[in-house]
Design a protein around this ligand. Sequence first.
Ligand SMILES: NC(=O)c1ccc[n+]([C@@H]2O[C@H](COP(=O)([O-])OP(=O)(O)OC[C@H]3O[C@@H](n4cnc5c(N)ncnc54)[C@H](OP(=O)(O)O)[C@@H]3O)[C@@H](O)[C@H]2O)c1
Length: 367
Amino acid sequence: MPAKIFILGGTGQTGRLIARHLLERSDAIITIASRRLERAEEVAADLGHDRPDRVKAAAVDAADAASLRAALEGQTLLVVAAPTTAHVATVTRAALDAGVDYLDVQISAKKFATLKSLAPEIEAKGLCFITEAGFHPGLPAALVRFAAAHLDSIETATTACYLSIGRDIPFSDAVEELVEIFRSYNAQVFKNGRWTPPGVYQMRKIAFGGDIGTRSCYSMFFEELRPLPDRFPSLRETGFFMAGTHWFTDAVVFPLAFLLLKIVPKATRTIGRLLWWGMTRFQKPPYRTELIVQASGTHAGQKTQFEAAVAHRDAYELTAIPVAAAILQYLEGLRRPGLHMMGHLADPRRLFTDMKRMGVKVRTTVE
Ligand SMILES: NC(=O)c1ccc[n+]([C@@H]2O[C@H](COP(=O)([O-])OP(=O)(O)OC[C@H]3O[C@@H](n4cnc5c(N)ncnc54)[C@H](OP(=O)(O)O)[C@@H]3O)[C@@H](O)[C@H]2O)c1
C-alpha cells in the first residue's frame, strides 16, 4: 500500500516543491494542506493534473488541534512545511495522538526543545519523528558525515553557506522564524576540541571557489552540529559559517535588526520585513545557494583534504530536494522509532546521489 504523506503548508514555496519531487520519485499519496481550502485545491489540481488520484487537498489550521487530529487519521507521515513553530505543541500532539510519523523543516530553538521533551513518548509509541530537515538546518551534519565517509579519520570539518536569492522573491511569513533565530542567536563552533561560548561570533574567510570566490563568513550554530564530536571522536574542529553577501546588509541591516529586537522586542513582523528587505534588495550575482564542507583528516595513511559542495539557483529547491531525498530513504526502510535530525538519520552518500538526480549540483574534491 502506498504511504500517505500529509504536507502542512503544501501550498507554500517549500511544501509545493516537496510534494512535486515526491510525486515524481515515489508512489506516495500526497495531501496538500493549508488554512485556505481553495488554494490547497488549486495547488493539488496543478500538481495532480496527470495523476489526480495521488493528490488530495485539505483545509487545516495548525492552531486548531481537533481539525488537525481528524485530518491526520489514516496518514503515514506528517510533513510540516509551514511557519507554524508557535503551534509546535499542538501539531506534534496531533501527530502523536493520530499515531502518524512526523518531519519538519522549521528553524526554531523552541520547536527543537519541545520535540526533545517528547522524545521518550515518540519512542514509546514506535513513531519516527524527523526534525531539522532542509538545507540549513538539514545539510551541515549530512555534509560532515559525507566527508567522514571519505576519510579514515576526520580532524576538521567546516561547513559554510553562500546565499544570494535574488531580488524577485515573494515575501514569506517564514521570515518571522528568522527573527526568532536573531532573537536567540547562537554563534557556537567546535574549536580545539571544545565548544566556544554561544554569544561570541567567530569570523572566518572561506574560499567557496568559482564565481563566489572567498567570502567573510560569521558563525551560526545548528543543533545538528552538537552530536558530531561524539560521533567522530577524532574531530577537533567543526562549525557552520554564513557568508555575508553585501556590506550594507551585514554592517547596517543585521545590526539594526539586533538593536530593534532589544528596543521593541514585540515588533517581530516589522523586523522580519526589514531583514527580508536587506536580504533581497542588495543581493548581487551569482544568484544561488551553495553549501560546502571543507574537511581534513587521513585516508590510506596520507593527510587528505576533502571538499564537497551542493548548489541550486533556487533556495526553495535546495530546501525541498534534501527533504524529498530523505523521505525517499524513510519510505524505503530508513524509518526508525524515535526522534532524529535529518542530517544524522539520512545516509549521506545516498542523499547526495538522490539530490543530484533531482537537480542539485553536487561537486566533490579529494586531495
Ligand atoms: N530547513 C531549511 O533549510 C529551510 C529553508 C527555508 C525555509 N524553511 C522553513 O520552511 C517553512 C516554510 O517556509 P516557506 O517560505 O515555504 O513558507 P511560505 O511560502 O510562506 O508558505 C507557508 C505555507 O504554510 C501555510 N500556513 C501558514 N500558516 C498556517 C497555519 N497556521 N496552519 C496551516 N497552514 C499554514 C500557508 O498556507 P495558508 O496561508 O493558506 O495557511 C502556506 O501553505 C518555514 O518554517 C521556514 O522557516 C526551512
